[in-house]
Design a protein around this ligand. Structure first.
Ligand code: SAH
Ligand code: SF4
Ligand code: F3S
Length: 457
């Protein structure tokens, strides 16, 4: 006999996330929107009732991965006697929705990044095998308004999306086409979400946006209305009890205004770590990329940042082998890297994307030249990253304990500069910021001793 209940039957949900932090955030929001329907996350796709691939279109390889993954999942769907709904979300869905359906008929749903609030409805429709299977309209505000106001936090560090889309149109990039026009969420909405996270023990918030420092949101009426920039938003969020660390990513050099730089000198909660992609150190290439700034402009921002906050560390993205990039242009990039000295950086070979202006430019760089440049650049960046981590050895750092390690008594955490720190500490410290004395470092992490143990020794 079944007892009547309003709780929906449990169903298994598997979401695989590719690409940037915006997708990581969106995957969490998809989980939030599906939870009331009874969907519980599982670790693998094999037994899932609903599989969502949240995809990335940024480089050719990223896109191709999606199709090969879909081939695998199709086999699982067949093994499950067809009892599996397959949804493709994210930027590949936005860019080539109809093509996905054509190339992989096992796909039930395709939905772009602005349609996630419609996911429950689309899943229901798919199970009745009727109605639209493709949803790629741009309605960003509607998305934010329609997603649940409450978030379920997953640990003491969380993302909070404040801005979506991009109006910059760098000539190599698909994001303006897949994510649509720039849009900023109002302060009140952001504060509500930040409070909900803080109430669940979140201490470290990363404000997210494709161009996060272009954020200019409506200010609260109680604060006089008008529009704020990101510096003011950071000052405001720093007053929320429990929020001890504020970060933002990814920034564009063109939007790094004086007030935001000043805020770094005034707001201790603003962490001394900035991901500010430069892409190239050559003014000629920066111009062809339509970045709208020179190498000198970038170096000037970096100097002013370090004046405001001397312990400021920088991160960046680089593209090598952009069409027309000469040996000298590449050397300019290497010189810029030497001048800045990065804490961490991501570097990529230029990948032509259909429909972007750079794909049709002259002077495409041979693959072997791209390979050689990438190797040289990555060797330098790895060296800088290793040196940056080593520079913290001997210091006692405030570390946010983010979880327990593999063995009992082990913990891991995050430094103010986003470094992973491994140390011995009781599990009860998860969610707290503790002093850890750094005793060792590698290219990718630090090891330390929980300071109380250090004092006792
Ligand atoms: N909004 C961010 C980054 C978005 S994409 C910014 O403006 O910096 C993340 C990174 O992918 C970019 O910084 C760039 O380095 C890289 N990228 C984007 N398009 C690319 C392409 N066509 N080929 C190779 N790398 C690319
Ligand atoms: Fe792409 Fe440029 Fe926009 Fe960044 S700023 S998302 S690289 S178009
Ligand atoms: Fe990729 Fe889309 Fe992010 S193309 S990098 S997932 S905005």
């Amino acid at each position: 006999m079944t007892t009547p209940t309003s709780r929906p039957e449990p169903k298994r949900l598997f979401i695989k996330t590719y690409g940037c932090q915006m997708n990581v955030y969106d995957s969490e929001r998809m989980r939030d929107v599906l939870r009331p329907l009874g969907y519980q996350p599982v670790d693998g796709p094999e037994t899932a009732d609903l599989v969502v691939l949240n995809t990335c279109h940024i480089r050719e390889k990223a896109t191709e991965k999606v199709y090969s993954e879909l081939g695998q999942i199709k086999k699982m769907k067949e093994a499950a006697g067809g009892k599996m709904t397959i949804a493709v979300a994210g930027c590949v869905a936005q860019a080539e929705g109809a093509e996905i359906m054509r190339r992989q008929p096992a796909v039930d749903l395709v939905l772009g990044p602005q349609a996630y609030h419609k996911l429950p409805e689309m899943v229901a429709r798919a199970s009745r095998a009727a109605g639209d299977r493709l949803e790629t309209e741009f309605e960003t505000l509607e998305k934010f308004d329609a997603l649940p106001k409450q978030r379920e936090a997953d640990g003491p560090a969380a993302f909070l999306s404040v801005q979506e889309g991009c109006d910059k149109f760098c000539t190599f990039c698909v994001v303006p086409y897949t994510r649509g026009a720039e849009l900023s969420r109002p302060v009140d909405d952001i504060v509500m979400e930040a409070r909900s996270l803080a109430a669940q023990g979140v201490r470290d918030i990363s404000l997210l946006g494709q161009n996060v420092n272009a954020w200019h949101g409506a200010a609260p009426k109680l604060e006089g209305g008008g529009e704020w920039g990101l510096g003011q938003l950071a000052r405001h969020l720093s007053k929320i009890g429990g929020i001890d660390r504020i970060r933002y990513t990814t920034s564009h050099p063109r939007d790094m205004d004086d007030d935001l730089i000043a805020a770094h000198g005034e707001v201790p909660e603003l962490m001394p770590f900035l991901h500010l992609p430069v892409q190239s150190g050559s003014d000629r290439i920066l111009k062809a990329m339509n970045r709208g700034h020179t190498a000198e402009h970038y170096l000037d921002i970096m100097r002013r940042m370090r004046d405001a906050r001397p312990d400021m560390a920088l991160a960046s993205d680089f593209i090598v082998g952009f069409p027309g990039e000469s040996d000298q242009d590449f050397e300019d990039t290497m010189n810029l890297v030497r001048e800045v000295g990065y804490a961490i950086a991501y570097s990529f070979k230029y990948s032509p994307r259909p429909g972007t202006p750079a794909a049709d430019m002259f002077g495409h760089v041979p693959e072997e030249v791209k390979d050689e440049r990438l190797q040289r650049l990555q060797a330098l960046l790895k060296q800088q990253q290793t040196e940056f981590n080593a520079s913290k050895v001997g210091e006692t750092l405030p570390v946010l304990v983010t979880g327990k390690g593999k063995m009992p008594g082990q913990a891991h955490g995050r430094s103010p500069w986003m470094q992973a720190v491994h140390f011995d500490a009781p599990e009860s410290l998860v969610g707290q910021i503790v002093d850890v004395k750094i005793v060792g470092s590698t290219m990718s992490s630090l090891t330390g001793e929980y300071a109380r143990a250090v004092e006792a020794a």
